[in-house]
Every structure is written in structure tokens, then in C-alpha cells.
Design a protein around this ligand. Structure first.
Ligand code: C2E
Ligand code: MG
Ligand code: MG
Length: 283
């Protein structure tokens, strides 16, 4: 009933037509406005998810390449959403970020992961390291250091058992503050890993200044080791650079023995991937 919504709806229909392979037409329906509605519904459901304890942590083993033993676990968030099954973080972390819900969720992840680490340390793996992903927004939080300290104390694990994973995006944002915060956290004894390395926009000059203990090479580069000489060159260069800067290296998404063989030649310290274990829940 007004020009603006007419144009908006026509636009929606056009995009839908293009999505279904062009040379076609679509009528705009209520359902199409559902993208926005869908977001809103995810947002509302996510708010309830925290209260209803629908969030769950899965864990994936981190393997020392030389001995093939488990040296750590990475906590990976899952949402057991009623009517939707197990939902992967890719579909809701972004929304949690935008709505700042990532702050309470992230704090829960940290506390729960530390608690589980304590259980493992007391049973099977006395020196297990627990890796927790942090989102950029959590990193802007002023009391992050306190949140981390509290989680460690509450669980009764040493700061040396905790590794925080940040992405290049987080690292490059507000660099002065970020460097100060990272330095603070490392002074506690917590280690820092740069996740998905190679996919973001790390300036090498920044990397040099960054107080980072580990680089995790993104799956994208690892997956094509077998077939792509240029990916082999990139992986080999990242490992050499990290070692030159005094950092250790974890390769993500390792799925084949051929990849393992190449990574061993490069003296990559740790691997993570379906070959050694998929993310799994503890219960
Ligand atoms: P990430 O931290 O890089 O985690 C590794 C992702 O790769 C996980 O996906 C894992 O299931 C997948 N993966 C591991 N090995 C293999 C493999 O061999 N092959 C293949 N195809 N995939 C493999 P997932 O669990 O879907 O998590 C996706 C991303 O969501 C994570 O990437 C991380 O950035 C983010 N995320 C997960 N949990 C949290 C959390 O608690 N907080 C925040 N802020 N982000 C989280
Ligand atoms: Mg990670
Ligand atoms: Mg990663």
C-alpha cells in the first residue's frame, strides 16, 4: 500500500528469481520477508537457549604430531535447538555477536570448558590444555581479564592449561588495546592462539608485535596439501615464519595421512582434524 514497500517487495521477488536460476519470475510472498523474520526468531530463541540450557560444548582433540597423543581439547559450541537438532556455531555466532548475547554465552563457554578440563586433568589427562574460542566482541569487553580469571579459579585449573583462540580480525582490531590485553592475559599464564590463520588480513608487521604463542593454519590450506603445490608452499612458509617468531603451529582440518606426512616434514607441532577425532560431546 505504499511505493516504498512495493519496491522493496519487488526487489525481494527479483532476488528470489535470480537465486532460482534467472530467466524466471517469482511473486513476492509473506514468507520471503522471512529472512529478517528468521533472524529475529533465531535471536529470540537464542535468548531463551541460554536460560533453558540448550547450549552445549563439543570437544575436538588436539594432537602432538611427534607422538600422536592427545595434548589438548578445543571447546566448540553447539546449540541443541528444539525442532532443529544440533545447530552449528556458524549459523548463530554472528547473531550472538551483533546482539551482544555473545558476552553471557562466551562467559558460559569459558566456565564450562574450564570445568570440563578439570575433570579430564583429574582422570585421564593430567596436563591437558583446553582451547576456547573468543569472538571479537568479547575482546572489546573491558573485564575480559577478570572473566578469564574467575573461570580459572572457579574450576581450579592453572592458567597454563588455558589457551584462548582469537582470529586475525580480532587481533587487527584496536591493535594498541588488543596488544595490552593479550599481554595481560599472557602474564597470567594463559596462552594465545591465532585461529584460522591465513584467511584474514594479518599484516606481517602486526604479527611481529603480537604476543601470540601459536598459529593455527586454516583448514583451507591444509585440505589442498595433497593436490596443490602452491598450498604446500604457503603452509611451509607459514610454519617457517611462525617458528622464526618463536610460535608453535597447529594445522587445522587434517583428514589424511598424506597431510600428516607433509606436516611432519615441515615440523608442524600439532594437528587437529577428523583423522584424529571429530568434535564430540562428553555425555
Ligand atoms: P574453529 O575455531 O576454527 O574450529 C574448527 C572448526 O573446524 C570446527 O567447526 C570443527 O568442527 C571443524 N573441523 C575440525 N576438523 C575438521 C576436519 O578435519 N574437517 C572439516 N571439514 N572440518 C573440521 P565448528 O565446530 O562448526 O565451529 C566453527 C567455528 O565457530 C569455529 O572455528 C569458531 O570460530 C566458532 N566457534 C565455535 N565455538 C565457539 C565459541 O564457543 N565461541 C566463539 N566465539 N566462536 C566459536
Ligand atoms: Mg578455534
Ligand atoms: Mg580455525
Amino acid at each position: 500500500d505504499n511505493a516504498e514497500s512495493l519496491l522493496k517487495n519487488a526487489d525481494t521477488a527479483m532476488y528470489r528469481a535470480k537465486d532460482s536460476g534467472r530467466s524466471s519470475y517469482r511473486l513476492c510472498t509473506r514468507a520471503m520477508n522471512s529472512r529478517a523474520a528468521e533472524r529475529l526468531s533465531v535471536e529470540n530463541a537464542l535468548r531463551r537457549a541460554v536460560e533453558r540450557e540448550e547450549l552445549e560444548l563439543y570437544y575436538q582433540p588436539l594432537i602432538r604430531l611427534a607422538t600422536r597423543e592427545i595434548v589438548g581439547m578445543e571447546a566448540l559450541l553447539r546449540w541443541n535447538r528444539p525442532g532443529h537438532g544440533i545447530v552449528l556455531p556458524g549459523t548463530f555466532i554472528g547473531i550472538a555477536e551483533e546482539t551482544r548475547m555473545i558476552l553471557p554465552i562466551g562467559e558460559w563457554v569459558l566456565r564450562e570448558a574450564c570445568r570440563q578440563a578439570k575433570v579430564w586433568q583429574e582422570t585421564q589427562y593430567p596436563s591437558l590444555r583446553i582451547a576456547v574460542n573468543l569472538s571479537p566482541r568479547q575482546f572489546q569487553q573491558t573485564d575480559l581479564r577478570d572473566v578469564v580469571l574467575r573461570a580459572l579459579e572457579e574450576a581450579g585449573i592453572a592458567p597454563q592449561s588455558l589457551e584462548l583462540e582469537i582470529t586475525e580480525g580480532t587481533a587487527m582490531f584496536q591493535t594498541e588495546r588488543t596488544i595490552a590485553l593479550l599481554t595481560d592475559l599472557r602474564q597470567l599464564g594463559v596462552s594465545i592462539a591465532l585461529d584460522d590463520f591465513g584467511t584474514g588480513h594479518s599484516a606481517l608487521s602486526y604479527l611481529r608485535q603480537f604476543p601470540v604463542d601459536r598459529v593455527k593454519i586454516d583448514r583451507e590450506f591444509i585440505q589442498e596439501i595433497d593436490t596443490s603445490p602452491s598450498n604446500r608452499a604457503i603452509v611451509s612458509a607459514i610454519v617457517a615464519m611462525a617458528h622464526g617468531l618463536g610460535m608453535t603451529v597447529t594445522a587445522e582440518g587434517v583428514e589424511t595421512e598424506a597431510q600428516v606426512a607433509f606436516l611432519r616434514e615441515q615440523e608442524c607441532e600439532e594437528v587437529q582434524g577428523y583423522l584424529f577425532g571429530r568434535p564430540a560431546c562428553v555425555r
